[in-house]
Design a protein around this ligand. Structure first.
Ligand code: PEP
Ligand code: MG
Length: 580
């Protein structure tokens, strides 16, 4: 339960000319909250190549400035690590150690003595140290990222500008950013960040996924919001997608009501069902064993999507089979006797993995990503399937496996043959590309199940990059075109005499109103962030199957995504009662 931050209206930090200003974005995670904002600092600019000492500065003075900056960064990171949690704490401790590493500082001072500015010196010294660590491989290679992070911080300290990354504050704040990368999550402390607002990003962007996973109210694509000053007090409505500067008594009442209603939402009891008893297993999306343990505690009926690439983000070498076995087994062990659907590496576009993807592709979302990396890096997929099979041995989880970004029945057939060779009995594929939705019947001749990745299915159906703020209105799974593709997939699954399960593991499943529509369209299981389980379960339990089917019809025949959402929400009064 988060507490709304209340300061006096028109607080000192709020620019008087901004009072009453509103911003409209796309609400991606519900919640109404009031707080003061902190802006995500700009990425640190590289000092000019060859930048030398400024006139009148001696190498000794510059070396002292560098040492002082490195020490200041170390002190700051150490202080922050004390109050941090879990993975964030580990990241901060490792980075603090690196900040004042004698080898790094000495290498930079050598360059200063040769005439380089302290900023350029630390930049180049860190690059050499990072390369050396990288070449050592294994654990040392992982530290290369810390060195590069530290270098940005030292340069910012030398320039007297805010440090890069999630800003730090002793008091809770609303984070305003252009967009967030998956790697930013490690240092995002949900006890401090009470809401997220971005000027870019779409409803299926990783910012939105992160916000839902953390249960933070969030709005994306709120154009202009990054121009607000640090400390401005705002009201965020994560369901409506609106932001108001310097809220008054009405918004304070709304924020207080939200706190009360979210506290009243009953915990998920572990069985997803409609009012008439129709079962809809509610599974969880996880990125590793820590998530899996949380999901199991939240009552998830299994894992509908293990994003294996999240276990290895930032890695620039392929993880060994042993490392993979360890990562996957942690997830299987959290769900004995339950289904765990492992997705093979979905590298590319917004989730680059340096050992698999080519960062210079002109259209990464249309490029070599997901299953397609098997075309350019043969062997990685087979080794991953071997690791999954080994991890599954001796566990009690029912391990299913699926490939992302499948476009044709031939690809599905090839993937199924690799699974069979690895001894994996239940192969499936994701339906994320419209061609796969249209040919679901042929695809299901080769695999045992499909799972709709509505985030990518929407971006490809609407030809709208899921990361682009200006396209956010197109990029919603409420688009009737997307709903038609889902219906076609379900129809395909019932063709040719087979009846194979169709699940949804995209963000659509975490939207309680859309979850009703998906069930009405014939989807069998829903997989979502553990945080969404209780709200989705509560709304599903308020309708019967015929009612869900009726609402699905309403959404399918709506003229627009906005109409579809509005018409369905009007029929679900429980959403208002629960503030969803
Ligand atoms: C999807 O595309 O809906 C999905 C679940 O995969 P990801 O968000 O990881 O691309
Ligand atoms: Mg996807």
């Amino acid at each position: 339960m988060r507490t709304i931050v209340q300061t006096l209206p028109g607080s000192a930090s709020t620019d008087q000319s901004e009072i009453g200003r509103t911003f409209a974005g796309v609400g991606v995670s519900p919640g109404r909250i009031i707080g003061s904002i902190l802006l995500m600092p700009q990425a640190v600019r590289e000092p000019a190549v060859g930048e030398s000492l400024t006139e009148g500065t001696s190498p000794e003075e510059a070396s002292t400035a560098l040492r002082t900056a490195a020490k200041a960064v170390q002190t700051n990171l150490t202080a922050r690590s004390v109050g941090a949690f879990g993975a964030g704490r580990e990241v901060l401790e490792a980075t603090a150690l690196m900040a004042n590493d004698p080898m790094l500082v000495k290498a930079a001072i050598k360059l200063i003595i040769n005439g380089a500015s302290p900023e350029r010196a630390i930049w180049d010294a860190a690059a050499s140290v990072a390369e050396m660590l990288h070449n050592l491989g294994g654990y040392m290679a992982e530290r290369a990222t810390d060195v590069l992070d530290v270098r940005g911080r030292i340069v910012a300290e030398l320039r007297g500008v805010p440090a890069p990354g999630i800003p730090y504050s002793d008091t809770p704040f609303i984070l305003i950013a252009e967009d967030l990368a998956p790697a930013d999550t490690a240092t995002l402390d949900p006890a401090k960040v009470i809401a997220l607002v971005t000027s870019s990003g779409g409803p299926q962007s990783h910012t939105a996924i992160i916000a839902r996973a953390l249960g933070l109210p969030a709005v994306v694509a709120a154009v202009g919001v990054t121009a607000l000053a640090n400390g401005t007090r705002i009201f965020v409505d994560g369901a409506a997608g609106t932001i108001l500067v310097d809220p008054g008594a009405d918004e304070v009442a709304l924020a207080t009501a939200w706190e009360t209603s979210s506290a009243a939402l009953a915990a998920f009891d572990g069985t997803g069902r409609l009012q008439d008893g129709h079962l809809v297993p509610l599974l969880s999306n996880v990125g590793g064993s820590k998530d899996a343990v949380k999901a199991a505690a939240a009552g998830a009926e299994g894992v509908g999507l293990l994003r294996t690439e999240f276990c290895f983000l930032e890695r620039d070498t392929e993880p060994s089979i042993a490392e993979q076995v360890e990562a996957y087994r942690g997830v299987f062990d959290a769900f004995p006797g339950k289904k765990v659907v492992v997705r093979t590496l979905d590298a590319g576009a917004d989730k680059p993995l340096p050992f698999l993807t080519d960062a210079s592709e002109p259209n990464p979302a249309l490029g070599v990503r997901g299953y397609r990396t098997d075309f350019t890096s043969p062997g990685v997929l087979e080794r991953q399937l071997t690791a999954i099979a080994q991890a599954a041995e001796g566990t009690q989880a029912h391990v299913w496996v699926m490939a992302p970004m499948i476009s044709t029945a031939e690809e599905a057939e090839h993937f199924a043959s690799l699974c069979s060779a690895a001894g994996l009995a239940t192969p499936g594929v994701m339906i994320e590309v419209p061609s796969a939705a249209l040919t679901a019947a042929s695809i299901l001749e080769h695999v045992d199940f499909v799972s709709l990745g509505t985030n990518d299915l929407t971006q490809y159906a609407m030809a709208a990059d899921r990361q682009l703020g200006p396209l956010a209105a197109l990029n919603t799974p409420w688009q009737p075109a997307v709903l038609h593709l889902i219906r076609l997939t379900v129809n395909g699954s019932r063709d040719e005499g087979h009846d194979k399960p169709v699940g949804v593991c995209g963000e659509a499943a975490a939207d309680p109103a859309l979850a009703v529509v998906l069930v009405g369209l014939g989807v069998a299981t829903l997989s979502m962030t553990a945080r969404a389980l209780s709200s989705v379960a509560a709304v599903l339990a308020s309708v019967t199957l015929p009612e869900a089917q009726q609402l699905a019809k309403l959404a399918l025949t709506a003229h627009s995504a906005t109409d579809a959402r509005r018409l369905v929400r009007e029929q679900l009064p429980i959403l208002n009662t629960l503030g969803l």
